[in-house]
Design a protein around this ligand. Structure first.
Ligand SMILES: [Zn+2]
Length: 374
């Protein structure tokens, strides 16, 4: 079983992480004071961290999303967005993440007059600063942004056009997020059409709190290349008592076409999409060799990091370094960055990184065996 320290050193790729779900608690408090946000439940760092976690773990996506009012509340100024985005890059790099696509809905930061473009620009500027600091600390990271439209708002076309405008500056795709029930992907077809006609990329939150119809619409009407969560695809899989497995048409399509599933195990337990990590469908799906990837979703609300998610999966299913490498390569293959950039990371960072860690592990095993023999 790899130690947490080994897992931290292992190169990791992250495809599903929300900027407004990953603030440092101390930064939330600083920004609230700096920019006059008075609605925080507490100004004690520890208490606030606990408050976010407790607020998230209520087995409902709608309740989970309520906690975001405070993070979004302190993200209404350009400097606040830059700081949070820079710290995001630094925190991910410190956790051993080599490639990250972090998403944000610019329409959430327009309460005090920022435009969608100003929000995206500040976000990208923060990534640039954080990336530089991480590289200086010996932890290089590639940071990309996904631009999200909120399901309950009616600005998806505008947001999609904004995403396209920033594609050469670090935005790699478009997503829709927010409450899933009552807001099917087909509501936003104009936005998805716009993205597809520009040969740009789409991922959609689907199959998290709602089932197969949402996944079907995301793939076959909206043109999603990846699924945010996609957990409910298990509803189309039958596991019989003798252990044999039968895939329905949709599940077969998802596996055959190698549709990436951006799975976020702990977040799914908190929103009630899964009862526990041990019972999370990720185990069945990875054993059936769906294109599974592991992600954090909201590091603040769910109290996780990429390393802690890998460690939790290792504790539940004994995935080990071999499977961590497979999950990481899955994520790199599924990333929206250009092909040559992905290939470089796989060949120059991911594979050599895991090879080094495996060699170190086998040396430990040999030494222990040698000591036992003596
Ligand atoms: Zn999400």
């Amino acid at each position: 079983m790899p130690s947490l320290d080994t897992i931290r050193q292992a190169p990791k790729a992250l495809l599903h992480d929300h900027l407004d779900g990953g603030l440092r608690p101390a930064t939330v408090i600083d920004l609230a004071a700096e920019f006059g946000y008075h609605d925080l439940p507490t100004t004690d760092v520890e208490e606030l961290a606990v408050w976010f976690r407790r607020g998230a773990d209520r087995k409902s996506l709608e309740l989970y999303l309520e906690t975001f009012s405070h993070t979004v509340g302190v993200l209404q100024e350009r400097d606040a967005i830059i700081r949070v985005a820079a710290e995001c890059a630094e925190d991910l790099a410190a956790d051993g993440v080599s490639y990250a696509e972090v998403r944000y809905a610019p329409e959430l930061s327009t309460e005090r007059g920022l435009t969608l473009d100003e929000v995206v620009q500040a976000n990208l500027e923060g990534f640039r600063i954080g990336k530089e600091r991480a590289a200086a600390a010996g932890r290089p990271i590639v940071m990309k942004m996904l631009v999200t439209a909120m399901r309950q708002a009616a600005r998806s076309v505008e947001v999609a056009e904004c995403a396209i405008r920033w594609r050469d500056a670090g935005v790699v795709g478009f997503d829709v997020a927010g409450p899933e029930k009552g807001y099917p992907p087909t509501r936003y077809l104009d936005a998805f059409d716009r993205i597809r006609r520009e040969n740009f990329h789409i991922t959609i939150h689907a199959g998290e709190s709602f089932g197969l119809p949402s996944i079907w619409e995301a793939l076959q009407f909206a043109g999603a290349e990846r699924l945010g969560h996609g957990v409910r695809i298990v509803d189309d899989i039958t596991v019989r008592d003798d252990g044999s497995v039968e895939l329905g048409r949709l599940a077969a399509f998802v596996r055959d076409r190698r549709v990436p599933l951006e799975m976020c195990p702990t977040s799914n337990v908190h929103t009630g999409a899964a009862t526990s990590i041990r019972e999370h469908p990720i185990d069945l799906l990875r054993r059936l060799r769906f294109r599974v990837t592991v992600n954090t979703d909201n590091r603040l609300m769910s109290g996780v990091s990429m390393s802690s998610e890998f460690a939790a999966l290792d504790a539940a299913f004994g995935i080990g370094l071999g499977e961590m490498e497979w999950l990481t390569i899955n994520a790199m293959k599924s990333a929206f960055a250009p092909f040559d950039e992905r290939l470089r990371l796989i060949n120059e960072v991911v594979k050599p990184g895991y090879a080094r860690l495996r060699a170190a592990e086998s040396r430990v095993v040999t030494n222990v065996a040698g000591a036992a023999g003596a």
